[in-house]
Design a protein around this ligand. Structure first.
Ligand code: TMP
Ligand code: ASP
Length: 243
């Protein structure tokens, strides 16, 4: 696969064209931002970890019936993916109260929900990714009703698969953000990444945060947390895919 021009540079990844119009190469950076780019930094080695983690989790999801953009890992930081046009919705699933949920509703972090919640925000940096509901998303023509129903179905399935996988690693999946995209024929698939940048992952025994909240909240030990969570995944991944 021949890598061609850079099409886009985001906060954490670059995207390149290839000689196949249906395929792209994503390259993961060590750059980290928080609060809509207000806080900036670098997490050494993050790009390599997020690339590998996201690819492994997407393979696991694919095997469980969730279609994803993953095609092939090309190197430590680069992956070949299916080209999609991103549905401009960030889908957030929560199993436990934390982050903006705890803040909005004035509750402590760590309340375990009886069943997971789902929320959407409009992926728009200028507007600060405002929260919206399905009706708003349809009014703004961000997605059709059929697409939204499918996105919800896939998102809850992702939660079931990842919650079980992380549990087998001794890690609690607190919440996470997903993005979906459309192939050229309109098929909706899971895109973007699933990594410690986009999930809250707590050690099941100690409650230690093993994700980007260490960077967002200046908790220290950021690089170490990324290495530790990746090591947990590596330890338990073969057993999970072999099932
Ligand atoms: P929140 O509690 O700040 O709304 O975050 C919910 C989840 O979404 C958390 O796992 C982190 C992830 N997330 C992103 O991936 N990108 C973002 O821009 C934000 C705000 C959160
Ligand atoms: N996506 C956020 C930003 O815009 C980062 C985050 O909180 O995950 O900087």
């Amino acid at each position: 696969m021949e890598k061609r021009v850079q099409l886009y540079e985001g906060k954490a990844k670059k995207v390149f064209a290839t000689d196949d119009p249906e395929l792209l190469i994503v390259s993961y950076k060590d750059d980290a931002t928080a609060f809509n780019g207000l806080k900036k930094g670098t997490i050494a080695g993050k790009g390599v970890i997020n690339n590998k983690m996201s690819n492994r989790l997407m393979k696991l999801l694919e095997a469980s019936g969730v279609p994803t953009h993953f095609v092939e890992e090309l190197s430590d930081r680069e992956t070949l993916v299916k080209k999609v046009s991103i549905v401009p919705l960030e889908v957030i699933i929560r199993n436990i109260s934390a982050g903006s949920f705890a803040k909005h509703y004035g509750v402590e972090e760590g309340i375990v929900f009886d069943s997971p919640t789902i929320e959407f925000s409009y992926k728009n940096d200028e507007l600060g990714d405002p929260l919206l509901n399905e009706y708003h998303a349809k009014a703004l023509k961000l997605a059709t009703d059929g697409e939204i129903q499918l996105i919800k179905k896939y998102s809850f399935k992702v939660n079931e698969v990842l919650k079980e996988f992380w549990k087998s690693c001794g890690v609690t999946l607190v919440d996470f953000k997903l993005e979906f995209g459309r192939l050229s024929d309109g098929t909706v698939i899971l895109a973007d990444e699933i990594s410690p940048d986009t999930c809250r992952l707590w050690d099941s025994k100690t409650g230690e945060k093993m994700d980007k909240d260490r960077f967002r909240r200046d908790l220290g030990g950021v690089e170490d947390a990324y290495r530790k969570i990746m090591a947990r995944l590596e330890e338990h991944y073969e057993a999970a895919v072999g099932k």
